[in-house]
Design a protein around this ligand. Structure first.
Ligand SMILES: Nc1nc2c(c(=O)[nH]1)N[C@H]1C(S)=C(S)[C@@H](COP(=O)(O)O)O[C@H]1N2
Ligand SMILES: [Mo]
Length: 197
């Protein structure tokens, strides 16, 4: 494997399938609401909230940032696990360098089209294997899988990996997102089976 690929640490476990999960070769499609049609020329990614100066990126600006590759497994709370995914996109550490984050901004609300949100601690968001992905296994993301940009948070259940992501907001207090308000766990560690409240 290309040595520049960041390997999500869970892919080095002796047993890669977390408790209660089953392997699948396919890639199921799961989300609430319709698949949006996003006009790439109008796409915007925003960084708002507790930062010195809020920022906005077009798709071209975003994809001209340094790209990283991340090798990870997917664990969906509905019990399927898909191993060996190669993502390409913008590492969240690169985003961090593009803004001045204010002290106390300990949580992040990730936002997608149609009002979808998911919440993360900044600690989970800035892990080195977390990225805004634009490619999966060498191809642009399919529309149903989040084209043009989706978040990928390899160490948490896949509902944290927001598709069609449009921005992040830094906040000082945690606030449950869409699935977290609908009964999913606030954090979602697959190795601890943090599925539902
Ligand atoms: N915007 C958006 N992103 C979302 C969701 C959603 O409802 N809306 N659902 C999440 C859930 S519950 C899962 S399991 C994964 C599924 O991603 P996939 O369809 O690419 O497998 O997307 C996540 N990202
Ligand atoms: Mo899910």
């Amino acid at each position: 494997m290309d040595e520049k690929v960041i390997k999500s640490p869970d892919t080095a476990r002796e047993t890669r399938v977390p408790p209660g999960q089953r392997l699948t070769e396919s890639w199921p499609v799961l989300h609430h609401g319709p698949v949006p049609s996003i006009d790439i020329s109008k796409y915007k990614f925003t960084i708002t909230g507790m930062v010195k100066k809020e920022r906005e990126f077009t798709f071209e600006e975003l994809s001209s940032l340094p790209l990283v590759k991340v090798f990870s497994d997917i664990h969906c709370v509905t019990h399927w696990t898909k191993l060996d995914n190669l993502w390409e996109g913008i590492g969240t550490s690169t985003l961090r360098e593009s803004v001045d984050i204010l002290p106390g901004a300990d949580f992040i609300i990730v936002k997608s089209t149609g009002g979808f949100t998911t919440n993360l601690t900044s600690e989970d968001f800035f892990q080195e294997d977390v990225l805004l992905a634009i490619k999966h296994n060498g191809s642009l993301l399919g529309r149903e899988h989040g084209y043009p940009v989706r978040l990928v948070v390899p160490r948490l259940y896949f509902w944290k990996s927001a598709k069609w992501v449009t921005g992040i907001e830094f906040v000082g207090e945690d606030k449950p997102g869409f699935w977290e308000s609908a009964g999913y766990h606030n954090r979602g560690d697959p190795w601890m089976e943090e599925r539902y409240w």
